[in-house]
Write a protein that binds this ligand. Structure first.
Ligand code: GRF
Length: 188
């Protein structure tokens, strides 16, 4: 039997994308670690349900980003992680992790990048009164949602959409798109 690629998911919040990845059949990798920077995040409960080992840290207890990323890097090395999937991880990845995982970190973002990068992309789209927004999966570089785009999918904004209904539609697309991109990238 060939051994599967080993991947870590980084998340800070609810973890619906983590869950969608875990529910995917024939995923070409094992999710062997969840990294979370919010000790109270709901994704931690979800990781328990799926028996995914977690590395939960509180950034406030570290001197700086380099210090906590070195701790993360140790965990990634001991778990022999090949790929990192960011799924609602609300921190910018620093040089410590970028250097070690060049071209092996991807992110999902709820807009059609380069439109609406950064926080509250759905709120930004509502504010801009656009007819179409969407979802982007991209490689991670040193910027905020600036890395090369891998895949995008459009979501129509209807007249009676609220931020909540738009978020639901976007998340439904995310839960299908992210696993599909992972399968394609990792060779299935
Ligand atoms: C998603 O909308 C993702 O695009 C963004 O953060 C959100 C995370 O949601 N980066 P969840 O924690 O996966 O439910």
């Amino acid at each position: 039997m060939t051994s599967l690629i080993r991947a870590a998911v980084f998340a800070s919040g609810t973890g619906s994308n983590y869950e969608a990845i875990m529910e995917t059949e024939n995923l070409p990798c094992d999710i062997v670690l969840l990294v979370c920077d919010q000790p109270e995040a709901r994704v931690i409960e979800k990781a328990k349900r799926y028996d995914t080992p977690t590395f939960v840290f509180d950034p406030k207890t570290y001197k700086n980003k380099e210090a906590y990323e070195q701790d993360i890097a140790k965990q990634l090395q001991s778990e022999r992680i090949d790929w990192i999937f960011l799924a609602g991880y609300m921190r910018i990845i620093g040089p410590t992790l970028l250097k070690q995982y060049e071209g092996k970190i991807i992110n999902i973002h709820p807009s059609l990048l380069p439109k609406f990068p950064g926080k509250d992309a759905i709120g930004q789209a509502m504010e801009a009164d656009v007819d179409v927004t969407g979802v982007t999966v991209h490689y991670v570089d040193e910027g905020i949602d600036t890395g090369p785009i891998i895949a995008q999918e459009r979501v129509n904004v209807l007249q009676d959409d609220t931020k909540e209904t738009l978020q639901q539609k976007i998340q439904a697309v995310e839960h299908e798109l992210y696993p599909r991109v992972i399968k394609k990238l990792l060779g299935q």
